[in-house]
Write a new protein. Structure first.
Length: 145
């Protein structure tokens, strides 16, 4: 049986051009703000991952099944329905802090490792930045260079 090829890979596509091509002006402005937030937190220049994820840093993972790959340590995607912020990693012993932050964030929804924000104006940007910081710290601890 052949190994499945990872669908989301880093590319040399321009992040600036990708953001500039976001159709809706508000979402373009939000993408620029979330990009600036990630740059502050991570200290990394962004890179496109797949056709629509803006990622910062990378890590190599290996599942118990033997499947392995590389993915961005932090990232987001300015999708039409919602700004999707990828908060990767298991928050481990910081779950109480994270729960408190989500309670104070503002209007949002979550998936397994995704935070969905319909309008950036509806959330507290300082709280969002702290959530990205915690995710970044956890990922760096779990997947040291």
């Amino acid at each position: 049986m052949a190994k499945a090829e990872a669908k989301t890979k880093p590319s040399d596509n321009s992040v600036a051009e990708f953001i500039a091509a976001v159709p809706e002006e508000r979402r373009r402005e939000e993408a620029a703000a979330v990009d600036a937030l990630h740059r502050r937190v991570t200290g990394c220049a962004p890179q496109m991952w797949g056709p629509s994820i803006i990622g910062y840093g990378s890590y190599h993972y290996r599942y118990d099944s033997g499947r392995e790959g590389t993915m961005c340590r932090a990232g987001f995607s300015p999708r039409k329905a919602a700004m999707t912020v990828y908060l990767m990693g298991n928050y481990c012993d910081r779950q109480a802090e994270v729960d408190d932050l989500f309670a104070r964030l503002g209007k949002h929804s979550t998936g397994k490792s995704c935070l969905y924000i319909k309008r950036l104006a509806d959330v507290d940007l300082a709280v969002l930045e702290r959530l990205v910081e915690i995710s970044w710290e956890v990922m760096n601890a779990k997947y040291p260079d």
